[in-house]
Design a protein around this ligand. Structure first.
Ligand code: NDP
Ligand code: HSE
Length: 464
């Protein structure tokens, strides 16, 4: 171990030569806001790996103070030695604390607490993707002005160090696209429904018990959480400002068992993907259920696991995989940020890695494309009268709009029904043409009800 005498680190080996204890100069004092799933996970990891973390950071990290709403609640983490308070403002305003770790979530009071921490020249670590995606531009500008860091690795894909990978590891690349399963709760629900035939609500309740879900689980189910994360990833990948309001967002609540089954029959699996892609004229920013070929590795990412595919022009496709939610995996990312912050405490603010990977005055104004301009393939399911000419009517509408068909499947009618399910896979076409086609198909007398549409991506390495 190399030891800096300046920092007065003293390594002492036991006789077996394995255990090294450090007498570190002055610990870094941190304050944690929120002792829920991630807050307690962070306390546990900091306690369990204190020695290794200190050896990496160069100084010990000491939790001086922490806040939670209910101080009588039993916590699954050791709190002795930590001053527990109910009011998070006490922590933020504590002059002895150098780094604030915000693990409350949501906008209020998290935004005001972080702004105050920055105003007091404290560094911030947060797992709050909702806040970063919606108020990150303002928060980073304030941090830049004050010369402090705001680190947010845990905000995207739980324990996977994807921010670091895209922002630093792939910094030599022009990122072309990224696509990921970036909501653990949603992937857990889809996997349990597919593999065990479990009910949606029952699996969601389990995800909540396990601490995977957001305080408001509609964020997970309706794709909002994934869109927050995608907004952050796209900003870092393409050097654009955070623009959550421009993301197309669709969740998993309308996926039926029937669609899962038919997709499988056709060699695909349905995953909830966040996709950010650089195309002529702008950037696609979209979150929706997606059919992907079963043979892709990402199609086999199940349960609470997340995976993000990133395609760089130099490196080609890369894949990052790991737990997307949960106490310890998320704490792993929070603590990694803490170590980064401690290491950089004495560096010149102008020489730090920029928050959004690109220098703040070098962000691009590439527009986010409206969904109608996005080009993708489609899976369509409709219920049609079982009589001659029906398929011809449907394919004529598609053909007239320039939509070419890759496969058609006609299934047996369900019991007591006179209509038959028809499944069509199409080649790539702009969404506006598909919208027009669906609207026309739904007006046909021979079609019952509405047409179900799920987008389909092959995720080929030459997808640019
Ligand atoms: P929890 O709900 O488990 O914990 C929230 C904590 O904040 C609790 O200690 C709670 O106090 C406290 N708190 C809640 N509201 C307030 C308030 N208005 N004022 C002061 N304190 C408050 O959330 P998580 O730990 O799951 O999530 C924390 C953050 O991490 C969120 O931004 C979330 O999106 C993010 N995240 C979560 C992951 C996960 O797997 N859970 C993974 C990645 C990111 P009390 O305990 O007394 O109720
Ligand atoms: N609710 C989020 C998820 C937590 O399930 O992915 C991790 O960000």
């Amino acid at each position: 171990m190399s030891v800096s005498s300046e920092k007065k680190l003293h390594g002492r080996r036991k006789s077996d030569g394995q255990d090294i204890s450090l007498d570190l100069a002055k610990p870094v004092s941190i304050g944690i806001l929120g002792l829920g799933t991630v807050g307690c996970g962070t306390v546990n990891v900091l306690a369990r790996n204190a020695e290794e973390i200190a050896r990496r950071a160069g100084r010990r990290i000491e939790i001086m103070q922490a806040s939670a709403r209910d101080l009588n609640k039993k916590r699954p983490c050791p709190t002795h030695g930590i001053k527990l308070v109910q009011d998070p403002w006490d922590v933020v305003r504590n002059p002895d604390i150098e780094v604030i770790v915000e693990l409350i979530g949501g906008t209020d009071p998290a935004r005001a607490l972080i702004r105050e921490a920055i105003a007091q020249r404290k560094h911030v670590v947060t797992a709050n993707k909702a806040l970063i995606a919606t108020h990150g531009n303002e928060i980073f500008a304030a941090a830049q002005k004050r010369g402090v860091m705001v680190a947010f690795e845990a905000a995207v894909a739980g324990g996977i160090p994807i921010i670091k990978a895209v922002r630093e590891g792939l910094t030599g690349n022009r990122i072309e696209w990224l696509a990921g399963i970036i909501n653990g709760t949603g992937n857990f629900i889809l996997t349990e429904m597919r593999e065990k035939g479990r009910d949606f609500d029952d699996v969601l309740a389990e995800a909540q018990r396990l601490g995977y879900a957001e305080a408001d689980p509609t964020f997970d189910i309706e794709g909002i959480d994934a869109a927050h994360k995608l907004t952050i990833l796209a900003a870092i990948a393409f050097g654009i400002p955070l623009q959550f309001d421009k993301a197309y967002v669709e969740g998993i609540s309308r996926i039926t068992r029937e669609d899962v089954m038919y997709a499988e029959e056709l060699g695909y699996c349905i995953k909830h993907l966040g996709i950010a892609r650089r195309v002529d004229g702008g950037v696609e920013l979209r979150v929706h259920p997606t059919l992907i070929p079963n043979r892709r590795i990402i199609a086999n990412v199940d349960g609470v696991m997340n995976a993000v595919l990133v395609k760089g022009d130099a490196v080609g496709p890369t894949l990052f995989y790991g737990a997307g939610a949960g106490a310890d995996p998320t704490a792993s990312a929070v603590v990694a940020d803490l170590v980064d912050v401690v290491r950089a405490l004495t560096t010149d603010p102008n020489n730090r890695v920029p928050h959004l990977a690109f220098q703040p005055d070098a962000l691009s104004d590439l527009p986010i494309l409206p969904m109608e301009q996005v080009e993708t393939s489609y899976y369509l399911r409709m219920r049609a009268d079982d009589r001659p000419g029906v398929l011809a009517d449907v394919t004529r509408i598609l053909g007239d709009l320039g939509i070419s068909i890759e496969a058609i499947l006609q299934k047996e009618p369900h019991e007591d029904e006179s209509v038959v399910p028809i499944i069509i896979l199409t080649h790539r076409i702009k969404e506006e043409y598909m919208n027009a086609a669906i609207a026309q198909i739904e007006t046909l007398d021979v079609i019952a009800g509405s047409v179900a549409r799920i987008r389909l991506e092959h995720l080929r390495r030459d997808w640019i």
